[in-house]
Design a protein around this ligand. Structure first.
Ligand code: LFR
Length: 473
């Protein structure tokens, strides 16, 4: 390891952060220099991302980063997947939609009319999610917006463009659009043209580790420093999987934040009928690996419930660790609901939707917030364990350890119940997996570290105190 510094911009569904990573003495030290909220906007147009405020947060965080570490060698940006901006020349056409906006239903219907899901799966290897980019694009096409645009940029690529003026499509994130061929890793031009997306809208693909470009002069001036933007696993889940401290290939991961991404890493896509029927996805990983996984609803169920309770008249702010402590002490059986059910996808009164689901399925309905929290965590653990089992069966990867990374690694009840339900030990950590993976890929490009993903994971494993949970009978 050579000493040096890189900076990560990591945009999550509820907040963004800028993190400086210092490499040296065989270790990575991370300093969070900027943290900003990500609050979607509900407007007459629909549910939108406040992209200007996200750029402001990233920008100010990077200015802080250069003050703290003028030697920064590069900048990498990651975010959630699938969402995008349309551009014409140097102008954005409208504001990017949030994937939880409900407009995509008609996009799904339109696409499946001419291209059945089985054919899509053969071509793009993706699980069905109603918000996959291709369904969103069909809505834009039908509403007359595609013809106004000359290219589309996924969210991290959009931030990269704001910083450098360069337009590219980073490949791990492009793999979530539905328009990337799962076997070739190139744009599926025939499919794009069939759904009305001109080939010219799709930017040149680049791989993690390649340079996007230098900062625009005015940006460098505003930030008080300069460093190239380097492509990382710009899909946050791709970066998170880089930082899973797997020491053996007999392991599964759960990248648990807003979503719980549950699966295994494989060398090649798994495109069997069984994988399709189980709704497992083959997303592109860093270094050409495949992220064979399934999206489980994740901590969204809990955060959206808390948002609802805090909206009640006179409600106080809810302390999450306290609530989880109470949930851990709930005795007796709690209702278990299907955490994969799409009824939980949209924002809105989550406790009510959970109660309705449980009632309709003859399950006990929670009466207190602690019981709700317990029911959510137990249902998540159930879905996680089920998805690990399925991932293992479908891929042939035997699972002896489950790694939980991301914010969910802090949730002791969730980690323990997942171990219990799976009958497999859980290792929890690191919490900041996404930013860690982002920093590691940049560090390799800058020559601070070297080697394959296993070498990078070794650095993580040496630096993180994982918590171990043994399955209880
Ligand atoms: C996690 C994530 C998932 C993706 C979902 C929507 O943050 O990126 O991988 O399916 O958000 O983009």
């Amino acid at each position: 390891m050579r000493p040096g510094t890189v900076a990560a911009v990591d945009l999550g569904a509820t907040s963004g952060r800028v993190i400086v990573g210092r490499f040296g003495d065989g270790e990575l030290a991370m300093e969070t220099v900027g943290r900003f909220p990500n609050t979607p906007l509900r407007t007459p147009s629909g549910l939108l991302w406040d992209i200007a405020s996200l750029y402001r947060g990233a920008h100010d965080g990077l200015a802080h980063a250069f003050r703290s570490a003028p030697e920064i060698a590069s900048i990498g940006v990651d975010s959630w997947a699938v969402d995008y901006a349309l551009l014409r020349g140097n102008r954005m056409v409208g504001t990017p939609f949030h994937y939880r906006d409900e407009r995509t239903e008609r996009g799904v219907r339109s696409v499946h009319e001419h291209t059945p899901f089985a054919e899509l799966y053969r071509r793009n290897g993706l699980q069905f999610l109603p918000f996959n980019t291709l369904y969103q694009l069909v809505c834009d096409e039908q509403d007359g917006f595609l013809s106004l645009a000359d290219r589309l940029l996924l969210i991290p690529d959009l931030l990269g463009w704001m910083l450098t003026g360069e337009s590219v499509a980073e490949r791990t994130n492009a793999s979530t659009t539905g328009l990337l061929n799962v076997s070739t890793g190139e744009w599926d031009e025939a499919l794009a043209s069939r759904i009305g997306v001109p080939r010219t809208l799709l930017p040149t693909l680049i791989d993690p580790g390649n340079e996007v470009g230098g900062l625009l002069p005015h940006v460098a001036n505003e930030l008080g420093g300069s460093a190239p933007v380097v492509a990382v696993g710009s899909h946050d889940t791709a970066s998170a999987i880089v930082a899973v401290p797997m020491r053996s290939d007999r392991a599964a991961y759960i990248s648990c934040g807003t979503w719980g991404l549950v699966g295994v890493e494989t060398d090649a896509p798994v495109l069997t009928d069984a994988a399709r029927d189980a709704n497992f996805t083959n997303e592109g990983g860093v270094d050409g690996r495949t992220r064979f996984l399934h999206n489980v609803m994740g901590l969204w169920l809990l955060s959206e419930s808390i948002r609802e309770w805090e909206r009640e008249p006179g409600a106080a702010t809810i302390n999450l660790p306290e609530l989880l402590g109470q949930a851990a002490r709930v005795g007796g059986p709690v209702g278990i609901f299907d955490a994969n059910d799409p009824v939980f996808l949209a924002p809105g009164d989550m406790p009510k939707r959970i109660a309705t689901w449980l009632r309709e399925h003859d399950q006990p309905v929670p009466r207190t917030r602690a019981e709700f929290a317990r029911s959510i965590v137990a249902s998540l653990a159930d879905a996680f364990a089920g998805a690990v089992r399925t991932a293992s069966e479908l891929s042939g990867v035997p699972v002896e350890t489950i790694h939980i990374v991301g914010g969910g690694a802090l949730n002791e009840l969730l980690c323990q119940l997942t171990a219990d339900r799976a009958g497999v030990p859980v290792e929890a950590g690191p919490v900041e997996a996404t930013a860690t993976g982002n920093l590691l890929v940049q560090a390799r490009t800058a020559g601070l570290v070297s080697g394959d993903l296993e070498a990078l994971r070794d650095i993580v494993a040496r630096g993180v105190d994982v918590r171990r949970y043994r399955p209880r009978s």
